[in-house]
Design a protein around this ligand. Structure first.
Ligand SMILES: CC(C)(COP(=O)(O)OP(=O)(O)OC[C@H]1O[C@@H](n2cnc3c(N)ncnc32)[C@H](O)[C@@H]1OP(=O)(O)O)[C@@H](O)C(=O)NCCC(=O)NCCS
Length: 200
């Protein structure tokens, strides 16, 4: 498995901000992810890329019992000592049974490999675990790549917010996935995550 999704930490903010700037260059001011991580209503995750290593994965050869602190620090690095590569991220706010997707982006060089799917599936599953009944978001009317991704997972268009985006006054499509807490939906996303985790 080359990609793994885990909660975002403060150490990830620089890479996440770079992906945000690449994906949403005209949005100003840029999202402050340090502040988002302090927001009790928000939940953010990252997709970490682990290139195949000739010598295996992360090991701690000199320290058979590393402290938790050291272990956490080391686990952010691969065997060559390089910082982990963040390939994408997503986040949502949870309010009164509604999970509102704030951001979802994949670094350009990692697109079209299924990571957008993986992140969206994980968002929905995390939202269900936080008692969400619906998952909703706004997307630019011109952003067909993202709309396709959401349609593919059962989101439907619920209307338009006129001149929603401040950079060019573009309209936003409101897209919603209803009844995410139904048994059918939970099973569908659980199976989709298992299948994708194996494939990626
Ligand atoms: C939208 C985005 C997250 C998709 O990420 P990705 O990793 O390339 O997506 P995946 O490879 O998992 O593809 C999932 C689905 O998205 C849709 N999709 C993705 N790229 C597409 C493209 N270039 N053209 C058409 N559909 C596309 C397809 O439905 C695709 O399913 P398929 O592979 O069965 O055709 C990515 O293009 C991105 O980061 N865009 C900029 C940020 C953005 O627009 N975020 C959404 C804000 S609401």
């Amino acid at each position: 498995m080359l990609y793994k999704v885990r909660p975002m930490s403060r150490d990830d903010v620089a890479q996440v901000t770079a992906i945000d700037r690449e994906a949403f260059p005209t949005m100003w001011p840029p999202m402050n992810y340090h502040r988002e991580l302090e927001n009790q209503m928000a939940f953010y995750m990252v997709a970490v890329y682990s290139p195949p290593q000739e010598n295996g994965g992360v090991v701690f050869p000199q320290d058979p019992k590393p402290s938790n602190w050291l272990k956490n620090k080391l686990s952010r690095h691969n065997v060559t000592g390089a910082v982990e590569t963040i390939a994408g991220f997503a986040g949502f706010w949870m309010m009164a049974g509604e999970a509102h997707i704030i951001s979802l982006a994949v670094k350009k060089e990692h697109r079209r490999r299924g990571l957008g799917n993986l992140l969206l599936i994980n968002v929905v599953i995390e939202a269900i675990q936080r008692d969400a009944e619906i998952v909703t978001l706004e997307v630019r009317t011109s952003n067909f790549e993202a709309q396709n991704l959401y349609f593919k997972h059962g989101f439907i268009s619920k209307g338009v917010r006129r001149a929603y985006y401040t950079d060019n006054r573009e309209d936003a499509l409101i897209m919603t996935l209803d009844n995410v807490n139904s048994q059918d939906c939970c099973q569908r996303f659980d199976s989709a995550r298992k299948a994708l985790e194996t494939a990626l």
